[in-house]
Design a protein around this ligand. Structure first.
Ligand code: NAD
Length: 416
């Protein structure tokens, strides 16, 4: 899945922030490692009667601010280092948004595309049976991530409820609305990112109604971002890509029709007979904004960053840019909306789902959107202000805002 070790990347970013904040070495030592890592073996009876044993992880990074919170990935290339990095980023993500949550992440090494619904259900329930003592509404609250869905969350919630002997909707988020899911969770990550993009465009003086956008990774998040950028700002999506490559149309791509093509062929390739580009070609196109939404940590390294002509990088994916890629962005004056700020809309609405589950009182879509807009806009400006105050780039500033809060909580709790 990744070319660089994502956890080393996350640690390097944290060390950079520790220097800026002049953090005590003991504090840094705590923040550099997860508090707990659990690895489990999950036996699953497959449809052909054989037993297959899957490896699952849950990494609980830091809970100074509240219960651990973070998704579960089902992926054949999952590694503990990716899960560790994502758990660290979840800690900073919740914190930068000012949410009362810590950070965690989970994963199972499996190929969900080659599994039946029954096998996936047994795997999901098996994950909960193996980990139920470590999760819970006030302990650790998982959510969907790459190749996990609302249905998988419903099975997990049901298994946990059976084990606890009562309905426990709040044990996971991203559930279907009928079993305690929040309205607005589906496109929350992309929508939250678009709110930050609106603010960033304002900051750099870019007129979004005339902007050209390339989207790397036309999956769940990327396709919602494409539709929303058109809907909310009238921007032109001129290029999109997936794991097989990308397509480019200077005149703009009709996203509804592309969605139809992708549904039929499972790729953006071949759309309207357009030439296939590599993902590197897509990044080098003459566009104003790049939306990085591919689950390919470290895809934008120093060499590739030099080819980018866009003014704004909207990092909806986790960890798309390496530290040397960042150096190039700073040198070339690009405005980066860093991942754990840009893609925090998902966890923010997940938090809203936890609140609604606790109160058993559910909000309208307008209430969710308006709260999300306020939260993302406020956080973007806190990060922008920190970048100006400390004269640092936006990623460093996001770390400063997030790490400062976690450290303050650790201090008042008496951990350091
Ligand atoms: P997804 O699986 O729905 O979509 C990913 C898309 O990227 C697919 O179209 C895939 O073909 C494409 N892709 C894979 N490798 C690629 C590559 N090397 N170059 C270009 N495209 C590639 O996943 P998603 O849920 O949209 O998540 C995308 C990213 O956003 C991940 O980094 C994820 O961690 C992050 N994220 C997702 C959420 C969420 O709510 N789903 C929240 C926060 C962050």
């Amino acid at each position: 899945m990744s070319k660089v070790n994502p956890f080393e990347m996350a640690q390097q970013q944290l060390l950079d922030c520790a220097n800026i904040l002049n953090l005590d070495q003991g504090v840094v030592n705590i923040l550099m490692q997860p508090q707990k890592q659990i690895q489990v073996s999950i036996p699953v009876k497959m449809d052909d009667g054989t037993i297959q044993v899957f490896q699952g992880f849950r990494v609980q990074y830091n809970n100074a601010l509240g219960p651990y919170k973070g998704g579960i990935r089902f992926h054949p290339d999952e590694t503990i280092d990716t899960v560790r990095a994502l758990a660290a980023w979840m800690t900073w993500k919740g914190s930068v948004l000012g949410l009362p949550l810590g950070g965690g992440k989970g994963g199972v090494i499996c190929n969900p595309k080659a599994m039946s619904d029954g096998e996936l259900e047994r795997l999901s329930r098996g994950y909960v049976r193996a980990l139920w003592q470590h999760i819970g509404p006030d302990m650790d609250v998982p959510a969907p991530d790459v190749y996990t869905s609302g249905q998988i969350m419903a099975w997990m919630m049901d298994e946990y409820s059976v084990i606890s002997g009562k309905n426990q909707y709040g044990v996971v988020t991203g559930k279907p609305v009928i079993v305690g899911g929040s309205l607005g969770r589906g496109d929350a990550t992309a929508r939250g990112g678009m709110y930050t993009l609106r603010e960033a465009a304002n900051e750099v003086g870019l007129d979004l109604s005339k902007a050209k956008i390339a989207i790397l990774g036309f999956g769940n998040v990327g396709s919602f971002a494409a539709s929303l950028a058109g809907e909310m700002f009238g921007s032109r999506i001129v290029a999109v890509s997936d794991s097989k490559g990308g397509v480019y149309d200077e005149q703009g791509i009709d996203i509804a029709s592309l969605n139809g093509h992708k549904k039929k062929t499972r790729s953006v390739i071949g759309y309207k007979g357009l030439k296939t580009l590599t993902n590197e070609d897509v990044l080098a196109l003459p566009v104003d904004i790049i939306v990085a939404a591919a689950p390919d940590e470290g895809a934008i390294n120093g060499r590739i960053a030099k080819t980018i002509k866009a003014k704004i990088i909207c990092e909806l994916a986790n960890g798309p840019t390496t530290p040397d890629g960042d150096e190039v962005f700073v040198k070339n004056g690009l405005h980066v909306i860093p991942d754990f700020l840009c893609n925090a809309g998902g966890v923010t609405v997940s938090y809203y789902e936890m609140v609604q589950n606790m109160y058993m009182h559910y909000w309208t879509l307008d209430e969710v959107y308006s709260k999300l807009d306020k939260a993302m806009t406020k956080s973007y400006h806190e990060v922008l202000d920190a970048s100006k105050e400390y004269k640092i780039n936006m990623r460093q500033a996001a770390y400063v805002v997030a790490v400062r809060r976690v450290v303050e909580a650790m201090k008042v709790r008496g951990w350091v």
